[in-house]
Design a protein around this ligand. Structure first.
Ligand SMILES: Nc1nc2c(ncn2[C@@H]2O[C@H](COP(=O)(O)OP(=O)(O)O)[C@@H](O)[C@H]2O)c(=O)[nH]1
Ligand SMILES: [Mg+2]
Length: 225
């Protein structure tokens, strides 16, 4: 009986997620769902990425249990920046994105970044209507997390191994991560990344533009009227 209820919730969520994806596609917008533990560097990544993508423009929807802090951090650089407070929920639902999209000028937006609630499990299960899932995994979390928390790594379209500037002060085995990932997901590129030193940053921007081209069918550098 319980299983039925869970299936029903997931089916209802997926239906709304499909509507969100269509809405983004109709407006030629690439939707990205950013997933990681709290503190892995999602908002910092947005702070660095949004200005670098100009003249292509970005809007942001951020989910946190409480506060408007992350939306405030990106407000000045984004077309729109909307904070959703989820209260007790450890992930965003598609219906929350649906109502946030009503307040976003998609005609002015090229990239719709959704920063999910910091959590390494549940956000991987809920489609929000994005085109791609971006997983961040920071070095201070330790090199054993891919095997321990396989859900988000299995669904990743790209994995950013963040805070690589801390390599010299951490015992972190890249080899272990690569071996664990090889068993789960051979499709997603793994980028060694740092928002501080900009290691991997060009590769990340190239990937974003490629995904935009593939999903939205636009030329690189296309600017909306
Ligand atoms: N050393 C280092 N710290 C970083 C990097 N990216 C983010 N941080 C720090 O990690 C902390 C959490 O970052 P934040 O972007 O808020 O993470 P979020 O919770 O995933 O959005 C902040 O103190 C950031 O300054 C990085 O590339 N290197
Ligand atoms: Mg954040």
């Amino acid at each position: 009986m319980k299983i039925k209820v869970i299936k029903h919730i997931l089916a209802a969520n997926d239906e709304i997620a499909s509507l969100n994806r269509k809405k983004l596609a109709d407006a030629d917008v690439l939707g990205l769902n950013l997933i990681s533990s709290p503190g892995s560097g999602k908002t910092t990544l947005l702070e660095k990425t949004i200005p670098a993508l100009l003249p292509e423009r970005s809007s942001v929807i951020v989910g946190d249990l409480q506060t408007g802090r992350d939306a405030e951090r990106v407000a000045k650089m984004a077309v729109e920046s909307i904070q959703i407070n989820t209260g007790l929920s450890c992930h965003l639902y598609a219906n929350q994105i649906q109502s946030a999209l009503d307040d976003i000028d998609l005609a002015q937006t090229d990239y719709m970044f959704i920063e999910n609630v910091g959590n390494m499990v549940c956000p991987g299960e809920f489609d929000l209507g994005e085109n791609v899932k971006v997983i961040l995994y920071s070095l201070p979390e330790g090199d054993d997390k891919v095997a321990k928390y396989p859900t988000i790594f299995s669904v990743a379209d790209i994995i950013l191994l963040t805070k690589c500037d801390l390599k010299p002060v951490l015992d972190f085995s890249m080899q272990r991560v690569k071996e664990d990932l090889a068993k789960l997901n051979t499709r997603a590129p793994l980028i060694e990344f740092s928002s501080k030193t900009k290691e991997g940053f060009d590769e990340w921007l190239d990937w974003l533009r490629k995904e935009k081209r593939e999903h939205v069918g636009r030329q690189v550098g296309f600017v909306k009227e």
